[in-house]
Design a binder for this molecule. Structure first.
Ligand SMILES: [Cu+2]
Length: 571
């Protein structure tokens, strides 16, 4: 070991070189709070704009023109796309800090390959609206695998997490496509129930707000997302309008509504280049904290209310985020959590912190009016030392956590037309859960000698572990097999409601576990019972751990929706 705290490269083990020990990352020093947070409001997080696609999209895969899709769109004529987008996955030079060299990341560029735009990571933001179906043509222009800089596979499938999306457009891990091919993804932007029990508009209580997209290539999701393949997708409707003078009067997009993607990464101390430990199967932790692709950036705000959309994009870290004023460490600064994952809560809940495991989201409203002239921090005070999970539940003292974002309240006074969350009586109702399930199933999440299993099996694209009957209700019990491991379990396609955690109803305080979700934070030795209603579309979907390292090794299963389901209880 050198004085710098890392192992000198040994034959065949150079990819471990940045680690003094399996889980300790020692990146080069970087200055903090130098660069601005990229946001949609100033164009540094680009917003997607429609294009004319040629050849025109078709319901059947256009194999002759190079489409990698193999299944026909099941709802192309039912929900004809009204807007068309192109997005190109390729490599590009990106700055994450003025103190590190330019990084060759993989990202999404706005538009088709001929538009030749540069990538950003996070990728371009989709601003979508319920009732307006869209189609995204996704081009793979990534470099060949032998030019990947040590990790990443140029074979991709982009998942819209957690869209109510037909299977063939979901970005299923097994629907990957190769270099120089494209894949048309049809996003109906419909409310669940639209073709079943809430025709013709769907169930308004299923409305979602903050989604994200990311690569989901089977066995390579951790590498490909770490390399930059992720972005935001926002859904608006007649209540969550993006205009604070209408609907629920939430802070206006994009001026006062800012998505924030949290990621922790490791940089090789010798080269300063992004480093991924291929030998770590536990979960990868970085010692650099990025928000929207910049290491510890700064955001300037005006003294008024803002909506922040927080996302933990992994690969493995859990966060508990607080609002910290270093000059007033005992302040217990409160704010409002208005959503969990994609869904607005029944009403805002006042909190002092938000806990997020990988892929979880929370929209929060923070009023900066009382902080005019001050400097604040979004601070992760959860302690986590390895991929196993956070040290439950060690919350570091204020000011001693990871300060991931600096917020300076030095903007001009601006009118605030948003509503005080304390006075918002209701967003949506929770869909009813007092319905008998057609079948109850149980899933045990297990460590298996370095790999990761569900009910004793590894993932296999062709193994249909069980079949859900369309338009039916199911109850799933998720059980953590123990060992101190924590797993963020994500189920595609339909949100669930948590009926119980360890036999008790989910708590609303101090951490919000109520509401509807698509990621269940399966903490050490926990079990949870979930309520599902599967509607509208058919085909294959996965359930998996969203610690992306566990997911790739191979804590995932395939389930299908079909006209006739089975009743396997421990599939
Ligand atoms: Cu896991």
């Amino acid at each position: 070991m050198t004085a710098g705290g890392y192992l000198v490269a040994k034959d065949g083990l150079s990819s471990r070189a940045a680690y003094a020990d399996a889980d300790t990352c020692v990146s080069p020093a970087t200055r903090t709070f130098i660069e601005l947070l990229p946001t949609p409001r100033d164009g540094t997080m680009p917003i997607q704009t429609p294009v004319v696609l040629s050849p025109a999209p078709t319901a059947a895969p256009n194999t002759a023109s190079g489409e990698g899709r193999t299944k026909t769109h099941q709802a192309f004529t039912t929900f004809p796309p009204q807007k068309f987008y192109g997005v190109t996955q390729k490599a590009g030079s990106v700055s994450v800090s003025p103190d590190l060299p330019l990084q060759t990341l993989w990202g999404f560029a706005v538009g088709t390959p001929t538009q030749n735009n540069s990538i950003t990571s996070p990728g371009p933001l989709y601003v979508a609206h319920y009732g307006e179906p869209i189609l995204v043509r996704n081009f793979n222009q990534l470099p060949p695998a032998n030019q990947n800089g040590g990790f990443g596979l140029p074979s991709v499938t982009t998942h819209l997490h957690n869209g109510h999306t037909p299977s063939e457009s979901d970005g299923n891990p097994c629907d990957f496509f190769e270099i120089n091919r494209f894949y048309d993804q049809h996003y109906p932007n419909v409310l669940a129930g639209v073709l079943s029990d809430h025709q013709p508009t769907g169930d308004i209580n299923e409305a979602m707000s903050t989604l994200w997209y990311h690569d989901h290539r089977v066995d390579f999701t951790a590498q490909n997302v770490y390399k930059g393949l992720a972005g935001f997708y926002l859904l608006f409707n007649q209540f969550d309008t993006g205009d604070e003078s209408t609907g629920f009067h939430l802070p206006s997009f994009p001026q006062f509504d800012i998505p924030m993607m949290f990621a922790d990464k490791c940089f090789d101390p010798r080269t300063g280049l992004l480093f991924f430990d291929l030998f770590n199967l536990d979960g990868i932790l970085g010692d650099k904290f990025l928000v929207n692709g910049k290491i510890q950036p700064v955001l300037h705000v005006s003294p008024r209310r803002y909506r922040f959309r927080w996302l933990d994009s992994g690969p493995s870290r859990f966060y508990q985020l607080f609002l910290t004023d270093l000059n007033n460490l005992n302040a217990h600064n409160k704010f409002w959590q208005i959503s969990s994952d994609g869904n607005l809560l029944p009403k805002p809940i006042q909190v002092e912190s938000v806990r997020l495991s990988v892929a979880e989201r929370a929209d929060v409203i923070i009023d900066f009016a009382p902080f005019a002239g001050k400097t604040l921090y979004i601070e992760n005070r959860l302690k986590q030392d390895d991929g196993r999970g956070p040290i439950d539940h060690v919350i570091r003292p204020a000011g001693q956590g990871d300060r991931v974002l600096q917020i300076i309240v030095d903007g001009p006074q601006m009118a605030d037309g948003s509503q005080d969350p304390a006075t918002i009586p209701k967003f949506y109702d929770l869909p009813v859960t007092n319905v008998a399930p057609r079948v109850s199933r149980t899933f045990v999440f297990q460590n298996s000698g370095g790999g990761w299993q569900i009910n004793g099996q590894f993932f296999d694209c062709n193994n249909i572990r069980f079949t859900v009957q369309e338009n039916s209700v199911e109850q799933w019990t998720l059980i953590n097999d123990g060992g101190g491991w924590e797993h963020p379990i994500h189920i595609h396609f339909e949100e669930f409601q948590t009926l119980s955690i360890n036999g008790r109803p989910p708590a609303a305080s101090p951490l919000v576990q109520t509401g509807r979700k698509d990621v269940l934070r399966l903490e050490a030795d926990a079990s949870a019972v979930l309520f599902f209603r599967f509607r509208d579309f058919m085909g294959k979907y996965p359930m998996h751990c969203h610690n992306t390292v566990h997911e790739d090794h191979a804590m995932m299963l395939r389930w299908d929706i079909a006209p006739v389901g089975d009743t396997r209880r421990t599939p």
